[in-house]
Write a protein that binds this ligand. Structure first.
Ligand SMILES: Nc1ncnc2c1ncn2[C@@H]1O[C@H](COP(=O)(O)OP(=O)(O)OP(=O)(O)O)[C@@H](O)[C@H]1O
Length: 293
């Protein structure tokens, strides 16, 4: 389990990360979300021990994370970090050997990953000869090689096409299913929604929301969609109802009290048929806009 506890980091007068805490359990995939400059990269660098926090600490399996612990983490930095002028297979083997793998095992795993990503024909190419999307695949391969105990990935999906996103998503899910914590940042909320067990939302250096999507949804406003067989203009006059939208026979409503919901339902039935009265689940984008505004 990776436990980020009250991390704080300033750059001069500016506070980049302010008292940030969250946990990524074994086998969990947690999405790290926030606008540009929210503090995600700074938090990830502190998590990896590449930047010293002004306050707070990172625990690994309940103890302060040591350099030896972090040497077994897989990390994909924002600035990427592989050498443009080196052949891709050589680089992957070299990095895996630094993590303690034997040369034959490192070569076998690197070849397997490169084949899986459709790069089997390119293993001798220098990184810079690959398209940006393929370079990104190699960067992800570097992070997941050598059985990392934890994955910390800074925007691993940026610049990937939908097929590559699906491939990488499968790979990360597979790694998480082996029981390792996976933390990754992304601006693609649909992807986070699809992939993650939970998310941490950062705004201006602070955690503004965290938890599973269900937990975050239940914190937000509860709205209902009402569809009836007759015009619904009358709902605006019912006490205890916030009318978000009324469009003929369809309305989006917030019931302030249970009585308001009963009144609306009774009145709608008195006037005609009720075709639908359903709770509207907020999208992750709506939750994000609400908490990160
Ligand atoms: N080396 C640095 N020196 C000064 N300020 C910095 C430095 N690195 C980051 N910052 C500032 O710290 C804040 C957080 O930056 P950080 O890169 O962690 O955000 P982020 O959430 O990763 O953003 P993005 O999504 O744009 O990558 C920003 O205001 C940024 O300008």
């Amino acid at each position: 389990m990776l436990d980020v506890q009250q991390l704080t980091r300033r750059y001069g007068d500016k506070i980049a990360v302010d008292d940030v805490s969250f946990t990524v359990g074994d086998g969990q995939m947690i999405g790290f979300v926030g606008g540009n400059g929210a503090g995600k990269t700074t938090t990830m660098r502190m998590t990896m021990g590449l930047l010293a926090p002004d306050a707070g600490q990172v625990l690994w399996q309940g103890c302060p994370a040591s350099a030896a612990d972090r040497a077994h983490f897989g990390y994909m930095p924002e600035e990427r970090g592989l050498y443009p002028k080196q052949p891709i297979l050589d680089q992957l083997v070299y990095l895996a050997r630094l993590k303690g793998m034997s040369a034959p095992a490192a070569r076998a795993e690197a070849l397997e990953l490169l084949e899986r990503f459709g790069l089997a024909e390119r293993v001798k190419d220098k990184l810079e000869k690959l398209s940006l999307g393929n370079q990104q695949r190699v960067q992800i391969a570097a992070a997941v090689m050598a059985s990392p105990t934890c994955l910390v990935l800074d925007e691993p999906f940026s610049g990937l096409d939908p097929t590559a996103i699906d491939q990488m998503a499968d790979l990360l899910r597979e790694r998480a299913s082996h029981g390792i914590p996976v933390l990754f940042s992304s601006h693609q909320l649909d992807l986070i929604d699809r992939l993650c067990d939970g998310l941490v939302i950062l705004a201006k250096g602070r955690v503004v929301a965290k938890g599973s999507k269900d937990e975050l949804e239940s914190r937000g406003r509860v709205r209902h969609r009402l569809v009836a067989s007759t015009d619904l203009g009358w709902v605006r006059d019912i006490a205890g109802v916030v009318t978000e939208d009324v469009d003929g026979r369809t309305a989006l409503l917030e019931f302030v009290t249970p009585e308001a919901q009963r009144t609306v339902l009774t009145e709608a039935l008195r006037r005609g048929e009720v075709l639908e009265l359903a709770r509207v689940r907020p999208t992750l984008s709506e939750i994000y806009r609400e908490v990160a505004a």
